[in-house]
Design a protein around this ligand. Structure first.
Ligand code: HEM
Length: 413
């Protein structure tokens, strides 16, 4: 990542901004809200990228794909020398497919992938997702206390995505590990010490997906790989099929884990909120939208400028890395009055940017919403007396991408 020439904002807090400081990670909103007042677009000296926090500016970036390319959005480091023979084409999720291409190529690939992610396809999975949620609750319901992240919010989406992609149950644990490492690899500040381990996971993932693709070609099943293979040659190359599956793994696990964890934290931190969900589970869809806004599962994602440009009143040079902070835009006072207040009855509930906007709008949004809805419904039905364990220390990963608690201890009577 190259450093860019820039002018200080004249706001000391922004000029000294440390996005991975634990206190900031725990509550980033005061700083982001002051950025929106003082400098909605500013250079983060400590990280070497530009932060875009204003709602209007985030929309400008997501819609201007000519100036703000997604080509480098997964920001990979080069494949380590010892893995080059196993990854001759690079990392599997790095082959140009969805999140790392621009229109018009992206539009063609997205049309081909869309059919595998329609709301109709998601609806067919509802009984399966409900069963997975109930099976997980069975594993801890007798205990009276659980870290709900480790025992529910993490395994639920991994099992769902594994089934959607067409992974055998015995590979779930590997899939979990590959998914976590793939997600880490999309972090441009990945420490070098983690690179070799993550890159080895990517070699294993690529080899696993290649083997499954070969099997599905012989014998198609009811899964994503088979759906995508039906377009092979016509619109999708096999590398793109593997890449879409890998990006689904990255895009669909940690994000959904964080949504479920954030929802429980927001609801249980005021017991009246949880009681009202238990009493009226039909309100869960609105509750989920407001959780997505007030405590977004994705902090931000990346673009690169193709040319020098002006954004939010500042000049950004060509080839600059731009952090599009969706979570900050969701607290923009000019769009959401009293942005820190959890209010599922807001008039513009669905205006949040948690699933992005424009060409790259999250392909998995219907699935994520369904998983979170089922998760809350089953917990409310089976554990209506859920409560937060008092005085627990909440920590968040040092990531510019994800926003979710590392663990969340709950009890019930
Ligand atoms: C709460 C859960 C989720 C959140 C907050 C979320 C967030 C996002 C965001 C913000 C984007 C836009 C990326 C950009 O503009 O660069 C995106 C794209 C994407 N998401 Fe999700 N996502 C979630 C769940 C899922 C699920 C369940 C899947 C898989 C089924 C998924 C797969 C993807 C893929 C493949 C893309 C790239 C789409 C494209 O570039 O055309 N996501 N997601």
């Amino acid at each position: 990542m190259e450093l860019s020439p820039h002018r200080p904002t004249l706001c000391p807090a922004l000029d000294a901004y440390q996005p991975f400081d634990p206190a900031h990670l725990a509550d980033p909103y005061p700083l982001w809200e002051s950025a929106q007042r003082e400098a909605p677009v500013f250079y983060v000296e400590s990280a070497g990228f530009w932060a875009v926090t204003g709602y209007r500016e985030v929309l400008q970036v997501t819609h201007d794909t000519d100036t703000f390319t997604s080509r480098d959005s997964l920001n990979f480091k080069p494949v380590p020398a010892q893995l080059r023979s196993r990854l001759p084409l690079g990392f599997p999720q790095g082959y140009p497919s969805l999140i790392n291409t621009d229109p018009p190529d992206h539009s063609r690939l997205r049309r081909a992938a869309n059919q595998a992610f329609t709301p109709g396809k998601v609806n067919l999975r509802v009984p399966e997702i409900t069963q997975i949620a109930d099976d997980l609750i069975d594993t801890f319901i007798a205990r009276g206390r659980v870290d709900i992240v480790a025992h529910f919010a993490v395994p639920l989406p991994v099992r769902v995505i594994s089934r959607i992609i067409g992974v055998e149950p015995h590979a779930y644990a590997d899939f979990q590990r590959w998914s976590d490492d793939a997600f880490l690899m999309s972090n441009p500040v990945l420490p070098d010490a983690d690179l070799l381990r993550c890159a080895t996971s990517m070699a294993e993932l690529a080899e696993y997906l290649q083997a499954r693709v070969a099997e599905r070609r012989e014998e198609p099943g009811d899964d994503l790989l088979s759906d995508l293979l039906s377009k092979e040659g016509e619109t999708l190359a096999v590398e793109q099929i593997i890449s879409i599956a890998a990006q689904t793994l990255i895009g669909g696990n940690v994000t959904t884990t964080d949504l479920i964890g954030n929802a429980l934290l927001v609801l249980l931190s005021d017991p009246a909120r949880w009681d009202s969900v238990v009493a009226a589970p039909d309100t869960i869809p609105q509750v989920i939208e407001e959780v997505l806004r007030v405590k977004s599962a994705v902090r931000g994602l990346f673009r690169t400028t193709t040319r020098a440009t002006e954004l939010g009143g500042v000049q950004i040079p060509a080839r600059a890395t731009v952090w599009v902070v969706f979570a900050a835009a969701n607290h923009d006072l000019s769009v959401f009055p009293r942005p820190g207040v959890f209010d599922p009855d807001r008039a513009n509930l669905n205006s949040h940017l948690s699933f992005g906007r424009g060409a790259h709008f999250c392909i998995g949004a219907p699935l994520a919403r369904a998983e979170a809805k089922i998760a809350l419904e089953r917990l409310a039905a089976r554990l209506p007396g859920l409560a937060l364990v008092e005085q627990q220390q909440l920590t968040y990963p040092a990531s510019p991408i994800s926003q979710g608690v590392d663990r969340l201890e709950l009890t019930w009577n």
